[in-house]
Write a protein that binds this ligand. Sequence first.
Ligand SMILES: Nc1nc2c(ncn2[C@@H]2O[C@H](COP(=O)(O)OP(=O)(O)OP(=O)(O)O)[C@@H](O)[C@H]2O)c(=O)[nH]1
Ligand SMILES: [Mg+2]
Length: 186
Amino acid sequence: MGLLSIIRKQKLKEKEIRVLMLGLDNSGKTTIVKSLLHKDIKAISPTMGFNIDTVNYGGFNINIWDIGGQTSLRTFWYNYFEKTDFLVWVIDASSLHRLSENFTEFEKVLQEDRIAGCELLILINKIDTYNGDQKKLKKHVVETLQLDKIRNHKWQLLCCSAYSGENLQDALNWIVRSYENKYYIL
Ligand SMILES: Nc1nc2c(ncn2[C@@H]2O[C@H](COP(=O)(O)OP(=O)(O)OP(=O)(O)O)[C@@H](O)[C@H]2O)c(=O)[nH]1
Ligand SMILES: [Mg+2]
């Protein structure tokens, strides 16, 4: 068995997936994680540092690193890239005027060498507040974040709501399926 096959086999055996959750302040990162854990989501304050939570899904421990998104905290994001399997980028569907700010920060993060091997999940959260056409919204996000130009990462874009739980399971499912596909040995 070659070295690559051994690493792949080991990764699947460990059943640990590391997810880094980033995005602008107030986008709903912490609320999404707490909602996945069926915890109280009524009184969540802005994250001043970071939280680590583990969600069990599909036989995997998904370790989610949720980092505060306020402007003054964004330089700290760069301390958390090591060993990341997935980057989840959260956008607020009720603050679409901040999409260009999203692009500026997202583009900077994508330039990081340490996330070279990681896959991207972009979540348009708070979709419960959005009354427009979701297809058009997704197209707008793809264009503004220039997702079609991404060549070196596999990516997925989903609308979700931490409040209603809409698409949160699909997000976990995509993560686990992508992880298995990546490390599956024929
Ligand atoms: N309507 C609606 N509001 C949401 C949803 N998710 C989060 N919120 C609200 O958005 C606000 C910000 O949520 P947080 O989870 O603190 O956001 P965050 O991205 O962790 O913010 P930082 O920690 O500052 O980076 C809170 O008032 C939440 O109740 C959602 O799906 N729908
Ligand atoms: Mg937070």
